[in-house]
Design a protein around this ligand. Structure first.
Ligand SMILES: [Fe+2]
Length: 264
């Protein structure tokens, strides 16, 4: 498995707070069967203004530390960019770091409560440069949860979506779990990644989520989400997207409604 979203670099954001913590996360990931992890520290103007060079250097340092400590995990460079209106301009100036620096896939985080009006334009202008936006954990965005159609439209226009393993397992709460499972069944998810922040609560593990994903979309598609597509992403290869199905969110159907009434 390849984990394309993690905050494993030490002291760059709200993820690993020390090198020891990064090493503990590396050991956990390797034990879980992850063979490569993309380091994707937050990049947010005014809060975490990390440059490409800072992240590339920190990734190289942690790679050396993994080797020195015999941790069998490859670490690759990346970043998680807050959706900001000047992302396309920064991309064209060569300032951004795509997944494994191939120039093909950019991990983008939207605010938690809305889909900004400029999202369409930013994505379009990135795509004009041959860059595919990968939407980080859409299941944790309230607007996507209320109206999956927003996400479907972005995916139909070429964006990809990454669901967080802890959302599928219920670690991130019931609402995130319901939404993540719905998106998966609708066929608008292309990656499952850990979004790990520590070796504790949000740890770099994917196997727990595999069982839930396999139940929902089968083992072949689940393998595609944690291995096939991530492998293509780190190599900068194309990723096939399927048809999006209009499946209603679980818990809102009539059978679920009746079940709730009769189990009160
Ligand atoms: Fe993240």
């Amino acid at each position: 498995m390849i984990d394309i979203h993690s905050h494993i670099l030490p002291e760059l954001d709200d993820g690993a707070g020390s090198l020891q913590e990064s090493l503990a996360m590396g050991r956990l990931a390797a034990a879980d069967g992850i063979r490569a992890i993309v380091a994707t520290p937050h990049v947010i103007t005014g809060l975490y203004p990390h440059s490409r060079e800072t992240i590339l250097e920190a990734t190289a340092q942690l790679r050396r530390a993994f080797a020195d400590n015999s941790i069998p995990l490859d670490i690759l460079p990346g970043a998680e960019y807050r959706l900001e209106s000047d992302l396309p301009q920064r991309m064209s100036r060569g300032e951004l770091l795509t997944i494994n620096d191939t120039g093909r896939y950019l991990l983008v985080e939207l605010p938690a409560d809305l889909v900004p009006d400029h999202t369409d334009l930013v994505f379009y202008e990135l795509q004009l440069q041959g860059v595919t936006p990968v939407i980080a954990h859409p299941e944790r965005n309230a607007a996507f949860a209320r109206s999956p159609r927003h996400l479907h439209e972005l995916v139909r226009r070429g964006a990809l979506a990454q669901v967080t393993s802890g959302s599928l397992t219920g670690l991130m709460g019931t609402a995130a779990a319901t939404t993540a499972r719905t998106f998966l069944k609708q066929g608008c998810v292309h990656f499952i990644a850990s979004d790990a922040h520590s070796s504790g609560g949000r740890a770099p593990v994917l196997t727990d989520a595999l069982k839930e994903a396999s139940r929902l979309v089968g083992t072949d598609e689940t393998q595609n989400l944690v291995a096939g597509n991530p492998h293509r992403a780190i190599q900068g290869l194309g990723i096939k997207t399927g048809e999006i199905k209009n499946i209603k969110p679980a818990g809102r159907g009539i059978s679920q409604f009746l079940k709730q009434i009769f189990t009160r």
